[in-house]
Design a binder for this molecule. Structure first.
Ligand code: FE
Length: 216
C-alpha cells in the first residue's frame, strides 16, 4: 500500500481544524508550528513535481489552498545562488526547512517604518522553523545556503499567499508592490485514498481486489 502523501494530508486536516477553531495569531503560530514540525520531520512525502528546482530563480509550488483562503501551503525550492528580494508577507506565516539549508537576512522597521537591514543573518537547517508576521517581524531576505545542492522549505501562511498584494524592496531600496503567484500548474492529489481503503477490506470479509481497468 502506498500513501506517500499522507503526511501532507494530515497536515492540511490539522491546519483546517486549527483555523476553524482559532483566529488568534499566537495560537495559530504555536499550534501551526507543532503541526509543521511533524510534517517536515518526514522527507518522503513531497512529490517530485513539487521539489524540482528552476534554473532561473527559486520556485514556489502551491501544495494546498484552503477553500476559504484561511491558509495556504507552499514548497519553496532553491537552487544554488537563488534568493528572494527583501520582502514582507502582511499575514502570519511559518517556514520550515525540509531539505538543505537556507540563509535568512534579518530586517527591521526603523522609526519611519522603513525596513532596514540589521546586519544579522541566520542559517536554517532541516527541522528548523521560523515565524513571520507584521507582529513578530515581517521583512526578510531568504537565499539558498548551499553552493551545490537544492534546498527546500515548506511554508504555511494565513492567507492564499500567492494572491496577496505585498511589498518588496527594489535595487534602490524603494518599496514596491508585488503579488507572488505560484509556479505550479497543478496540485498534489491528497484525496486518492483508494489503495489504502482497498487494502483494509470490508469489516467482515476478504480484502477486495483491485478492479480491472475500466471498472471504475
Ligand atoms: Fe518570506
Amino acid at each position: 500500500m502506498s500513501d506517500a502523501i499522507a503526511p501532507l494530508r494530515d497536515f492540511v486536516v490539522g491546519m483546517t481544524q486549527l483555523v476553524g477553531r482559532s483566529s488568534d495569531e499566537r495560537t495559530l503560530l504555536a499550534e501551526g508550528r507543532a503541526l509543521l514540525k511533524g510534517l517536515i520531520a518526514d522527507d518522503a512525502w513531497l512529490p517530485a513535481a513539487f521539489s524540482a528546482a528552476r534554473k532561473d530563480r527559486y520556485a514556489q509550488y502551491l501544495l494546498h489552498a484552503d477553500a476559504l483562503e484561511r491558509f495556504s501551503v507552499v514548497s519553496f525550492v532553491w537552487g544554488p545562488g537563488h534568493r528572494t528580494p527583501v520582502h514582507n508577507h502582511t499575514v502570519w506565516g511559518l517556514v520550515g526547512v525540509l531539505r538543505g539549508a537556507e540563509r535568512c537576512d534579518e530586517f527591521a522597521l526603523d522609526a519611519a517604518g522603513q525596513p532596514q537591514g540589521t546586519g544579522r543573518h541566520h542559517v536554517m537547517l532541516p527541522g528548523d522553523i521560523e515565524a513571520v508576521s507584521p507582529t513578530v517581524g515581517d521583512w526578510h531576505r531568504v537565499s539558498s545556503a548551499l553552493p551545490d545542492e537544492v534546498s527546500i522549505s515548506i511554508h504555511v501562511y494565513g492567507a492564499n499567499i500567492g494572491a496577496v498584494r505585498r511589498e518588496r524592496l527594489d535595487e534602490q531600496g524603494r518599496r514596491i508592490d508585488f503579488v507572488s503567484g505560484y509556479d505550479s500548474e497543478m496540485l498534489p492529489n491528497l484525496w486518492d485514498r483508494s489503495a489504502a481503503v482497498r487494502s483494509q477490506g470490508p469489516a467482515d470479509g476478504p480484502a477486495p481486489t483491485t478492479p480491472a481497468a475500466g471498472a471504475r
